[in-house]
Design a protein around this ligand. Structure first.
Ligand code: HEC
Ligand code: HEC
Length: 273
């Protein structure tokens, strides 16, 4: 009896270990264009978390503790291969073969196309290097261990890869669901309830704000021109202005070509059909 039990325990541990072992993928990225990469970084909001100069340090609160976005200037990334960058952005695996925490929204970025990834990589290698050490995360006991992030990844749902430009900007680069979709107790996005509104944590995990539903909230009544105006100036049709975490998102969106903001508006409008 005890023998059978210990065999089961050992086997389960082995299965857990194997199933959650990050496996690096070697990939050849196309030649990257840093100028286009800057637009990718803007659309993807890298600076919103990693800081205006990308040297990191911004705090991201969560029920699991506080994460500090690391330095992603050449000081930190110059020795990374393109494959290592690919593995971080698409699979959330670090060069030393550990799971990165999903506070880095790789679950959204995983559908990034290879040319955009190559361009982004070229851009990051071209920005001024900032010699700054990373602030260690301040996490609760379980979260300190990176293996459970592997279980988290295995259990997260899948969302269909976007086909159109608008879907790509919203679902992948803009990672809009990360704020606008509710999460379950494990912190997984509930894709069955996409864009029904989510919780945004501030600097203090106890102070949360709401990202409104884009299906039933105020903006569900806005037309395309009104959405585009909001994404450009932050003004709503009733002359209110965007607040909270959406301010930085709009700062980014306003720097994209008008065509892109229109594509985002079309995609958001299509959600309500
Ligand atoms: C919502 C906040 C957020 C956004 C947006 C974000 N990141 Fe991060 N990123 C993080 C956090 C937090 C970590 C640390 C994860 C960890 O330690 O496991 C991280 C880690 C990384 C790493 C791994 C660095 C290392 O030293 O291991 C890279 C590379 C990275 N981010 C690049 C980017 C790029 C490029 C973008 C834009 C396309 C981006 N991030 C957008 C929060 C963010
Ligand atoms: C970091 C979290 C976050 C991200 C990422 C984010 N949003 Fe928001 N969004 C918010 C918050 C918070 C508000 C509420 C702003 C306010 O209170 O004025 C908001 C408001 C909005 C509104 C207005 C809704 C209303 O009823 O007033 C729209 C439309 C919107 N977001 C679209 C988007 C789109 C499109 C994206 C992706 C490109 C996106 N958001 C990404 C947090 C976020």
């Amino acid at each position: 009896m005890w023998r059978a039990l210990s065999i089961i325990i050992v086997l389960s541990a082995a299965i857990f270990w194997l199933a959650t072992q990050p496996r690096p993928v070697v990939i050849e990225l196309p030649h990257g264009n840093a100028e286009n990469g800057e637009m990718v970084a803007i659309a993807a909001g890298c600076a919103s978390c990693h800081g205006a100069d990308l040297s990191g340090g911004k705090a991201i609160a969560s029920p699991f503790g506080t994460f500090y976005a690391p330095n992603i200037t050449p000081y930190a990334l110059q020795h990374w291969t393109k494959s290592q960058f690919f593995n971080a952005m698409i699979y959330g695996n670090s060069p030393d073969n550990k799971h990165l925490y999903p506070s880095f929204p790789y679950s959204s970025y995983q559908d990034m196309n290879l040319q955009d990834l190559a361009d982004l990589e070229a851009y990051l290698q071209s920005v001024p290097s900032v010699e700054k050490a990373n602030t260690p995360h301040d996490l609760n006991m379980m979260a300190k261990w990176r293996r459970p992030a592997g279980v988290w990844k295995l259990l997260r749902g899948t969302k269909p890869a976007p086909i159109e430009r608008g879907g790509y900007l919203v679902e992948t680069l803009g990672h809009c669901q990360e704020c606008h979709t509710p999460r379950n107790a494990l912190g997984h996005l509930i894709y069955k309830r996409s864009f029904e509104g989510g919780v945004v944590y501030g600097l203090d995990a106890k102070v949360t704000s709401k990202a409104p539903s884009l299906i039933t909230g105020d903006s569900a009544d806005w037309d395309k021109a009104e959405l585009v105006e909001y994404f450009t100036s932050g003004f709503t049709p009733d002359f209110d202005s965007a607040g909270g975490e959406m301010v930085e998102v709009i700062e980014n969106l306003s720097r994209l070509p008008l065509k892109d903001r229109e594509a985002i508006a079309d995609y958001i409008l299509s959600l309500n059909k």
